[in-house]
Design a protein around this ligand. Structure first.
Ligand code: ADP
Ligand code: MG
Length: 583
């Protein structure tokens, strides 16, 4: 095997030559303390940076089994080390060393959430870090000396500072492991406790800005549970944690504008993932099947049975196999709900801010003016209880603007100056004194939640010359063959590396588990099981360091938004509507 001096010799030799000469670097090098593996060398200074790995035998890295003996601990340790590497690179690497990405040393460490990634692996055998390096050049000329600096000085320094147990902040590591473990413990215990969510006292809910997910530093009001909802969990590490437990059922969050309703709901929709220490939401947890539902006019819908909410559309357009390239606010929200239910969601999170009004409410006066026969929409207010009673699905709803939901809520929280009060009794009294003459609509039962089976031929990843062209172009956009999948309304997708994994997972699913007749739910569940068992590396032969684990719901969300999606039983892809060929 080549060693450090061989690498140095190559860099000496190719200094000043054309960029392509960097290709010679590909291979493994023994650096004594660690092994360096150059997997892929970029073609030019502006291309995606080169892919590099470092492995260290566990005996040298020095982590104790207790640091990674359970899946949760391993996840937390890997996350911690990835962030440590990222910080060390930020401190050590000079960065700009020429044009394009020259000088970059970067690892995919994510934001506030802790997700399973391919950036770093810890096992009994070794610690492996995968990262990228921008090989330096001026024009197209190799800067061999800068490359030597990077490989022979910066990189060993980064590795030494971040991947060995002895060089890490032991207390911070412990906190990281403990916090992630405790959150996961509470999330797993929610169900037994009959809860769908938990927010610990002392939580900092608000974020710095709409695009900065770090905690608000400017006098945040910390969370305090109302006494009636206060619950506690005895966690493995932090002892007893007190806070607000939201029981199953229908919970309404009311309150004046600007009193923190949406902020609470947003924290809950993110709390399907663990958060890092210091985030402020460390002890906010939500049922892992929670799905944020919103209106999303313009989206494509393929073969979804939205008839529980929508029937008798004009021009006889069917709604039990509803397809459209351009959904309205209400039909998109109905489809979003039905698709979440199809995938097995047990908790819907809905905010009036991002809902279609006519989907949410239809009040007494409107009922008097517009006959039910003339209104295709059965509002959610008439369906939310049936969903609970017939399917055991809970709803958490922010609704400051309509009192009609008071009739069907199991409990009502009033947000006032960022703190919740339990006003369930007052709400009951209001229902008594201000009786509504609104009639229930939409029948005595919810209706069917239908499983759909996509046709494998609807997934074509090819484009032009390339047989497979799949890429993430930001957190909210996937390029899949000739199609661009738009995910800006999929709020629980939090990391571009999840998006990237989803793109490739769609391809994997279509090739392996979309066989004739398998439901989308079953096919995706199998695909994700494969990922869990065999790792995210299943998605690529190249040992990429830039995948993060998505949830079933977001994978389904991406598929459901594909304009080329074909559902068994439909004669055409999302093209408007037709009953022909329907099974
Ligand atoms: P609502 O949905 O009730 O209208 P929001 O949740 O949008 O209110 O919150 C309004 C503003 O208050 C936002 O700018 C948010 O960052 C801020 N905010 C929310 N919760 C807190 C808190 N606990 N402490 C300080 N500011 C907060
Ligand atoms: Mg709001």
């Amino acid at each position: 095997m080549k060693d450090r001096s061989d690498l140095q010799a190559i860099l000496n030799r190719i200094d000043g030559r054309g960029y392509k000469a960097y290709k010679e670097l590909k291979g493994s090098y023994d650096f004594r303390d660690f092994r360096l593996i150059v997997d892929h060398v970029q073609g030019d200074p502006y291309a995606a940076p080169s892919r590099v790995r470092v492995t260290i035998p566990q005996a040298q890295a020095g982590f104790a089994r207790a640091h990674y003996s359970t899946p949760v601990r391993r996840l937390a340790l890997e996350d911690f080390l990835t962030r440590a590497f990222h910080r060390a690179a930020g401190r050590t690497a000079k960065g700009h060393r020429g044009i394009g990405k020259s000088g970059l040393i970067g690892i995919d460490c994510g934001g506030q959430e802790v997700l399973e990634r391919t950036a770093l692996f810890v096992s009994d055998r070794e610690v492996e870090a995968r990262f990228v390096m921008g090989l330096p050049a001026r024009g197209r000329t190799i800067l061999g000396r800068d490359a030597q600096e990077m490989f022979l000085n910066e990189l060993p320094e980064i590795v030494t500072r971040s991947l060995y147990y002895r060089s890490l902040d032991e207390k911070a590591l412990k906190t990281h492991l403990h916090v992630v473990e405790d959150q996961t413990f509470i999330r797993e215990a929610l169900d037994v406790e009959g809860l769908v969510a938990f927010v610990a006292d002392g939580t900092v809910l608000p974020r710095r800005t709409g695009i900065d997910d770090r905690p608000l530093t400017d006098h945040p009001v910390s969370f305090v549970s109302p006494d009636s909802l206060r619950r506690s969990f005895t966690t493995p590490n932090r002892g007893t944690v007190h806070g607000m437990g939201i029981p199953r059922g229908i919970t309404l969050i009311v309150g004046g504008g600007f009193h923190g309703k949406s902020t609470l709901l947003n924290a809950l929709n993110r709390a399907v993932y663990p958060h890092i220490p210091g985030d402020g939401r460390e002890y906010v947890v939500t049922d892992p099947t929670a799905v944020k539902i919103r209106a999303e006019d313009g989206r494509s819908v393929a073969g979804v049975d939205i008839s529980p909410f929508i029937q008798n559309l004009p021009f006889g357009k069917e709604t039990d196999f509803f397809s459209t390239p351009n959904a309205s606010g209400s039909t998109s929200q109905a489809a979003n709900i039905m698709e979440a239910l199809e995938m097995g969601s047990r908790l819907l999170l809905i905010d009036e801010d991002t809902s279609a009004t006519n989907f949410m409410i239809r009040d007494e006066r409107m009922q008097a003016l517009v006959a039910k026969e003339k209104e295709p929409i059965t509002p959610f207010v008439d369906k939310v209880r049936q969903l609970r009673e017939e399917f055991g699905v809970s709803t958490l709803l922010v609704m400051g603007g309509s009192g009609d939901y008071l009739d069907c809520a199991d409990r009502v929280l009033l947000m006032e100056a960022y703190r919740p009060a339990d006003v369930t009794d007052q709400a009951r009294a209001v229902v008594q004194t201000h009786a509504s003459r609104r009639r229930r609509e939409g029948g005595a039962r919810f209706g069917a939640i239908r499983m759909r089976a996509p046709l494998p031929e609807g997934f074509d990843p090819s484009s032009g010359k390339r047989e497979v062209r799949i890429d993430a172009r930001g957190v909210q956009e996937i390029l899949f063959g000739r199609e661009t999948i738009e995910l800006s309304a999929v709020e629980q997708l939090v990391d571009i590396s999840q998006t990237r994994a989803i793109g490739d997972l769609i391809h994997y699913y279509s090739e392996n588990h979309a066989k004739s007749g398998t439901s989308l739910q079953e096919g995706l569940a199998r695909s994700l099981r494969d990922l869990q068992e065999r790792g995210l590396d299943l998605l690529s032969p190249y040992r990429l360091g830039c995948y993060a684990m998505p949830r079933l719901f977001e994978v389904a969300a991406a598929i459901n938004r594909m304009r080329s999606l074909q559902i068994k039983g439909s004669s055409r892809p999302a093209d408007g509507s037709t009953r022909e060929g329907k099974k």
